[in-house]
Design a protein around this ligand. Structure first.
Ligand code: C2E
Ligand code: MG
Ligand code: MG
Length: 768
């Protein structure tokens, strides 16, 4: 056993045995242990105190405190924690489920995962942002930080405590900045103004649930709808177009005064007195409006914020109203500038017509549209003849004036739907829409040639301008812009080559046909004016008695060069060139004279039917025409039958007063070609038709087709029930006659009983 020298305080050095030494060591350890225990107790007390102090401190600051006992799963929420979400302490229980219920469902799993990472030591800190639902239903942004408290013994976490800070304002500001940046980016990349307006409205609407925003643009003194994605369309339509003024709602007033207008209650505010009926039915009750101004301070429009309840803005809303109007101002100013640039680019400065750029764009659009609908359109290239000599001899100013005159003449001559453009120099182009036949463009071209060819005085010099025109058709002569222009250009060259002051089609045969058409038109005009047409009469017989009861007067045009032109052709041309009125006037007068002649020859009880074109039937001069002809001859108007086709039935509303007048005169009406158009039975009634003429088309097939037979039977039946007489046209055989007779048809007209013939032939028939 070894001996050790141990120095005891206060003792003198002495030799101690090993047993005694062990004893001393034990004593020393005991003392140390009791010291340690005392210190641990002290420490634990300290910890408790510091925890309490922490709790108290947290209660004192603006943060909410939570304390999650990981063993029992109990969670303590401080009063602040609860009040941050709008609740009083007793309204929320201290349990984990409280948090679970209030956290945004989209955030919950993510937050829990973060917490577990920290608790299980995979991360060294816990700091997360989450959305939690406030008692008022809205979500608030919360910053949550936490610390783990470990047990004294085994170093295992037993508590997870932390704070909640409301960071909604910061988040809203961040979001606002982000969205503002997105909107400015839209402006920078040139997004359409209406899209940007919608984005601005949606941005502010997302900040205030229940709020709806609108932007109105000021055009002159008119407020035009700019964007309001959440307001009812009917409301937007109703306010768009209003004229601004001192009492025109919130936006009308703010644009007028240039000052902010806050209307708490639309129902009672005098500024809304005249227009509240547009807003109230849609639930709109309050409206605040900030004038939108450009960088020079001029009012461009107004930004409006609406709520469905009476309200005035709080500070934040007021600031947002200002900011929204500023943002909208940037967009509106840019949009206006772009529109001005566009107008400059798309308008020819000298003449005010569309520019080449605009024209090309329109033709491109027209091509896609026409392709979709399988339509045709015409492109007319107009070039002044000898323009260079005007410029050279009279100067460029006079040349410019001439171009302006020509531009005006072209614009006035073309139809509203056509687009007239100046391509440059003395070249003009016309886009001719809605062409139904090859001649439509030729008509426009012909009118342009005539209108440009009128004399005018420039710089005291008389000038008679002339032009040449080339015409191309889409898709016939080119399926894209460049081919079409080329085709029109080639035809223009052709027209110039042939001697100027004329037009030419890309396809020469079209030019020839159009020239022929115009020639025929010219001859017909002349023939009608010189009364070179003649009338033939086709007899109509009573089916039962076989008596001649009337005739139909039919026009004939026999031209020495053209020969016999079928009436179906020349009647159509007469309608097109506006000569149907003098033609019909002549027909009625001639028919009345013929009737008088038959009377004088002993014939009586004969009615004469004349065909009246639908266009003329709505002409207010028609009754006067009849009065004159009957008055001049002493013929009773009741001896005159007007044959009209079914198409007049459709224009019946506007025809009603004329029909009344005709009826008062005593004339009778026959519905010609019955069954081939679209009859409306209601109209049949109010047109006061006297007889129905069953078309030859049905009579032709009456023996061959059972369905046709049935149709004719029905027509006769309808006629009988409505009190009309029925007359069948185009009866060529005895068999047809017999069937019609058996069906109860009243009268017959057709080659079987008589072809159209001169008046004296009728006289012979009647008086035999
Ligand atoms: P619409 O009024 O239906 O006249 C009946 C047509 O059928 C006449 O042809 C007549 O000659 C023809 N027709 C009569 N019976 C028979 C027959 O048994 N067989 C055949 N194949 N044909 C028969 P048209 O004279 O050629 O007249 C054709 C159309 O021209 C008329 O049809 C009418 O719509 C129009 N029209 C003729 N003259 C005038 C007029 O002076 N003014 C107006 N606005 N239209 C007229
Ligand atoms: Mg007829
Ligand atoms: Mg007919």
């Amino acid at each position: 056993m070894q001996c050790a020298a141990v120095f005891m305080p206060g003792d003198n050095m002495k030799l101690i045995t090993p047993k005694a030494s062990l004893q001393i060591e034990i004593e020393q350890l005991k003392t140390e242990l009791s010291h340690l225990k005392a210190s641990a107790k002290k420490q634990s007390k300290k910890l408790k105190q510091s925890e309490q102090r922490f709790t108290l401190a947290m209660e004192g600051v603006n943060d909410g405190l939570w304390d999650w006992n990981l063993k029992t799963n109990e969670v303590y929420y401080s009063q602040k924690w609860k009040s941050m979400l709008g609740y009083s302490p007793e309204e929320l229980s201290d349990s984990f489920s409280t948090w679970e219920k209030l956290v945004h469902p989209d955030d919950k799993d993510y937050i829990l995962a973060k917490a577990m990472d920290y608790i299980e030591g995979r991360t060294s800190s816990y700091e997360v942002e989450m959305r939690m639902q406030h008692k008022n239903g809205q979500y608030v942004y919360v910053l949550s930080r936490g610390l783990l408290v470990k047990t004294e013994s085994n170093d295992k976490p037993c508590q997870f405590i932390g704070t909640h800070v409301n960071i909604t304002n910061r988040k809203r500001a961040e979001e606002l900045n982000e969205k503002n940046a997105e909107i400015l980016e839209m402006v920078a990349i040139g997004a359409p103004a209406s899209k940007v307006y919608d984005a601005i409205a949606l941005l502010y609407e997302s900040r205030y649930p229940g709020m709806r925003c609108s932007m109105l643009e000021l055009h002159g003194s008119k407020l035009i709808h700019g964007g309001a994605p959440s307001l009812p369309q009917a409301y937007c339509d109703a306010v768009s177009g209003l004229i601004y003024g001192p009492h025109v709602g919130s936006c009308g007033t703010s644009t007028y005064t240039g000052k902010r207008v806050l209307v708490e209650d639309i129902e009672t505010d005098p500024k809304w007195k005249d227009i509240k009926q547009f807003a109230l039915p849609h639930g709109l009750r309050s409206c605040w409006s900030e004038p939108i101004k450009n960088s020079q301070g001029e009012v461009l429009g107004a930004f409006g914020m609406y709520y469905n309840h009476p309200a005035l803005p709080n500070d934040e809303e007021l600031e947002d109203l200002r900011a929204a109007a500023r943002l909208a101002g940037i967009v509106m100013e840019r949009d206006q500038a772009q529109r001005t640039i566009k107008a400059l680019a798309y308008t020819d400065e000298l003449t005010g017509l569309s520019s080449r750029a605009s024209f090309c764009m329109h033709v491109d659009e027209m091509i896609s549209q026409s392709k979709r609908h399988g339509e045709r359109f015409g492109l007319m290239y107009v070039d002044l003849d000898n323009f260079k000599s005007v410029n050279d001899s009279l100067g460029h100013d006079v040349g410019d004036q001439l171009l302006k005159v020509v531009a005006n003449r072209l614009k006035e001559t073309c139809r509203d739907i056509d687009l007239v453009a100046r391509l440059g120099g003395d070249e003009f182009c016309v886009l001719i829409k809605e062409v139904s036949d090859d001649y439509d463009a030729a008509y426009v071209a012909q009118r342009c040639l005539e209108s440009i060819h009128k004399p005018l005085e420039l710089s005291a010099r008389k000038i008679i301008p002339e032009c040449s025109i080339g015409i191309a058709y889409f898709p016939d002569d080119g399926e894209d812009l460049s081919r079409l222009l080329k085709a029109a250009d080639i035809s223009l060259y052709d027209a110039k080559h042939k001697g100027k002051n004329q037009y030419a089609f890309y396809k020469p045969e079209l030019t020839k046909r159009a020239e022929r058409q115009f020639y025929v038109e010219h001859l017909l005009r002349e023939a009608i004016l010189k009364q070179q047409l003649s009338l033939v009469y086709q007899p109509q017989f009573d089916v039962d008695t076989g008596e001649l009861i009337g005739v139909e007067a039919l026009s004939r045009w026999n031209h020495r060069e053209l020969g016999e032109v079928p009436p179906t052709q020349f009647i159509e041309i007469a309608e097109k060139i506006g000569m149907i009125k003098p033609l019909t006037q002549w027909v009625i007068a001639t028919a009345c004279e013929q009737l008088l002649m038959w009377h004088q020859q002993g014939g009586s009880d004969l009615r004469v039917a004349v065909n009246v074109s639908p266009t003329l039937f709505s002409d207010k001069d028609l009754p006067q025409m009849i009065k004159e002809s009957t008055g001049n001859t002493g013929i009773d108007a009741s001896e005159l039958v007007l044959e009209v086709t079914e198409s007049v039935v459709h224009t019946s509303k506007s025809n009603l007063p004329i029909v009344k007048e005709l009826k008062q005169l005593g004339t009778t009406l026959a519905l010609d070609d019955f069954g081939t158009g679209y009859s409306s039975f209601a109209s049949l009634k109010h047109l006061e038709i006297d007889s129905l003429k069953i078309d030859k088309y049905f009579v032709n097939d009456i023996l061959k087709d059972k369905n046709v037979l049935l149709l004719v039977e029905v027509m006769i039946d309808i006629g009988r029930r409505l009190g009309y007489r029925t007359i069948a046209e185009g009866v060529e055989s005895q068999e047809q006659f017999n069937v019609l007779k058996s069906l109860g048809c009243d009268a017959i007209q057709g080659y079987l009983l008589g072809r159209p013939m001169p008046g004296y032939e009728i006289a012979k028939m009647q008086f035999h």
